[in-house]
Design a protein around this ligand. Structure first.
Ligand SMILES: NC(=O)c1ccc[n+]([C@@H]2O[C@H](COP(=O)([O-])OP(=O)(O)OC[C@H]3O[C@@H](n4cnc5c(N)ncnc54)[C@H](O)[C@@H]3O)[C@@H](O)[C@H]2O)c1
Length: 410
């Protein structure tokens, strides 16, 4: 099919922006898109992007507002640090430009609601690429087709070791606030945010449409085992109208990596989704034979957005409003946890590996297994370092504020 490439502006070309540049290059070869302008506060990141796209005079700006003022673009992708999302995405929307915003859309529900109010035309999408993976789509379809029976439970775990280098890679890493701005950076709001968003999409499968379910109640436990301002271990449970329960445990405070697994259990069967997006095992012979590669999900997420702009799809995979259940869930998890619990040193083993140093939380491997097998949170497993939180009704929660984030910081 003949298409005119969509002229794209990319704000944030270093870090994750490097990945976006790669995907944009692939989509350029398909004639889908053309990178027309970039913005980044870092001159070296701008120079790298100009070298990669040296077949054109790529317009580069240090200030993203100049890109919005001067560049001839049809849409803008924003891949800047999370604490800048509200301001940059807000400006893109005020200029009436379609927006593709990296996840998480914003740290606080109140900020996301402001972005939603600016997006009256519904032309903004959030880059939660995992829901575009073939495995997640397969699992969701199996649920919608009733092949597992009525959905009862979702469990999800991941242990991704992250040491000092990870927390020192960017000034906002491992922070709750900076200069009065919300950040709220931790496993459930950053690296493993996808798995929560996935679970909310699975829980929404039973209601039909492309819904993301809003939890009725949320329980939470947030732990700081290492030396960061925020947290490196997060456990949460969400319950939904209709009786579905989602339990999760995610950590960076582990020496051994535990690949992500999400399991959906229905009345008649279960199905497991693995780290790479493949469905590895199922009680109902529904496993996908070929593991899905991660770049497939990334490209699908872009294609969905571009197809939506071309009016070939009624909506992108995740609209701003679709991310409201995710941001609500993680905001509620902090409130339910009653802050971040610093784990006493007796239960934390520092380790060194590959010129980096991290921490290993006592019995964290077994804790992840118990969460996957029984849905048990750390406080329900009798772990000495664990501290039970409360269960809060989401509809009764006051909005989380930047002062709440600051109060939870070490
Ligand atoms: N979808 C995913 O799987 C995935 C993976 C990693 C990161 N992310 C998200 O991508 C975003 C960026 O993360 P990162 O680790 O690349 O961040 P980063 O700190 O490396 O910054 C990315 C780029 O943004 C630039 N930048 C910073 N402030 C800017 C500003 N005001 N205007 C223009 N450019 C600016 C930086 O110079 C850098 O080149 C975050 O929201 C993160 O959550 C998503």
């Amino acid at each position: 099919m003949n298409t005119t490439p969509i002229r794209l502006g990319l704000i944030g070309v270093g870090g994750m922006g490097r990945w976006h540049r790669q995907f944009i290059q692939i989509l350029e070869r398909e004639g889908q898109v053309r990178l027309a302008a970039v913005a980044d506060v870092s001159p070296s990141a701008l120079a790298e992007a100009a070298t990669q796209f040296n077949d054109r005079a790529l317009a580069g700006y240090r200030d993203f507002r100049e890109l919005l003022d001067h560049a001839d673009v049809d849409a803008v992708a924003v891949v800047t640090p999370t604490p800048t999302h509200a301001a940059i995405a807000g400006e893109v929307l005020r200029r009436g430009r379609p927006l593709l915003l990296e996840k998480p859309p914003a740290p606080l529900v109140s900020q996301l609601r402001e972005l939603m109010a600016l997006d009256a035309g519904g032309r903004a999408a959030v880059f939660f690429q995992h829901i575009c993976s073939p495995g997640l789509r397969h699992l969701r379809q199996a649920l919608r087709d009733g092949r597992l029976g009525a959905l009862r439970e979702i469990r999800s775990v991941a242990g991704w070791p992250r040491g000092r280098a990870y927390y020192q890679r960017a000034p906002w890493a491992g922070k709750m606030t900076a200069d009065g701005e919300p950040i709220f950076d931790g496993p459930c709001t950053n690296a493993m945010a996808h798995f929560i968003h996935n679970a909310l999409h699975l829980a929404g499968a039973v209601s039909g449409g492309d819904d993301f379910a809003m939890p009725r109640t949320v329980s939470g436990e947030l732990y700081r085992a290492g030396q960061m301002e925020s947290f490196d271990t997060a456990a949460l449970r969400a319950t939904f109208d209709g009786g579905v329960t989602f339990s999760a445990l995610y950590t960076h405070a582990c020496r051994q990596a535990v690949p992500h697994v999400t399991e959906a259990r229905g009345e008649r069967g279960w199905l497991r989704l693995h780290e790479d997006g493949s469905v590895t095992a199922s009680s109902a012979a529904l496993a996908l034979p070929v593991p899905a590669e991660e770049h497939v999900a990334f490209l699908n997420c872009y294609r969905d957005f571009l197809d939506f702009l071309r009016q070939r799809r009624p909506r992108p995979a995740t609209r701003l409003a679709d991310a409201l259940p995710f941001v609500t869930t993680v905001n509620a998890a902090l409130a339910a946890a009653g802050g971040i619990h610093s784990v006493p040193a007796a239960w934390v083993r520092p380790y060194q590996q590959d010129n980096d140093e991290g921490v290993d939380l006592d019995r964290i491997g077994a804790a992840l297994t118990a969460c996957l097998e029984r849905g048990a949170l750390p406080s329900e497993q009798g772990l000495a370092w664990a501290r039970a939180g409360r269960t809060l009704t989401v509809g009764e929660l006051p909005p989380l504020t930047v002062a709440d984030l600051a109060a939870a910081a070490r």
